[in-house]
Design a protein. Structure first.
Length: 164
C-alpha cells in the first residue's frame, strides 16, 4: 500500500513535514487506534445478534475463564480497565437478562461476586464460536501474523507499564 492509500503513513509523513514532534510515535499511536477501531467494529457486528456490546462480551468472557465462572465486581473493573460504574451497569443488564447473578462473597460479605448462570455460559460460548469464525475481527490475518502481533504488542505494553 502506498503512502497515499495508507492514511497512517500519510499522517506520519505530513506530521514530519510540518515539523511536529515524534512522528514515528504519532504514527504508531494512529496505527494502534485505527486497528482498534476496525477490530471493534467487526467484533461488535458479530456480537449484535446476541445483544452484546464489546464491554458486555468482555465481562462475560472474563467470567467464563474465571474459577466457578465467578469474579468480584471490583476485579472485573481492574482486570478489564473498565470504570466500576460501567461494570455495575453491565452486570445489572446481564442479571436482568438471566445471564449473570450476584452473590455475596463466601468469606467477605462486603464483596459482591458476579457469576455466570448456565444461560450465560451457553450465550458466551455461542458468541465465542461466532467470533472465532470471524477470527475475532482479524479475519484475513494469518495465525503466525496474529502471534507476531500479540508478541509485538506485549513488548509495547511492557514498555508502557501494562505488563507487570
Amino acid at each position: 500500500m502506498d503512502g497515499e492509500a495508507d492514511s497512517v503513513e500519510w499522517m506520519r509523513r505530513r506530521w514530519k513535514e510540518e515539523g511536529q514532534p515524534a512522528p514515528e510515535h504519532f504514527a504508531a499511536m494512529a496505527a494502534v487506534l485505527r486497528t482498534h477501531q476496525r477490530v471493534v467494529t467487526e467484533v461488535e457486528r458479530v456480537l449484535k445478534p446476541y445483544g452484546f456490546g464489546l464491554t458486555t462480551y468482555l465481562v462475560m468472557a472474563t467470567l467464563l475463564m474465571s474459577n466457578r465462572f465467578s469474579r468480584p465486581l471490583g476485579q472485573l473493573s481492574r482486570h478489564l480497565l473498565i470504570h466500576p460504574t460501567s461494570v455495575t451497569l453491565v452486570i445489572d443488564r446481564l442479571e436482568k437478562d438471566g445471564l449473570v447473578r450476584r452473590e455475596a462473597h463466601p468469606t467477605d460479605r462486603r464483596t459482591v461476586l458476579a457469576i455466570l448462570t448456565p444461560a450465560g455460559v451457553r450465550a458466551v460460548k455461542s458468541a465465542n464460536r461466532d467470533l472465532a469464525k470471524a477470527k475475532f475481527g482479524l479475519s484475513t490475518v494469518k495465525v503466525s501474523e496474529a502471534r507476531d502481533l500479540r508478541e509485538a504488542l506485549r513488548e509495547t505494553r511492557a514498555a508502557i507499564g501494562d505488563v507487570p
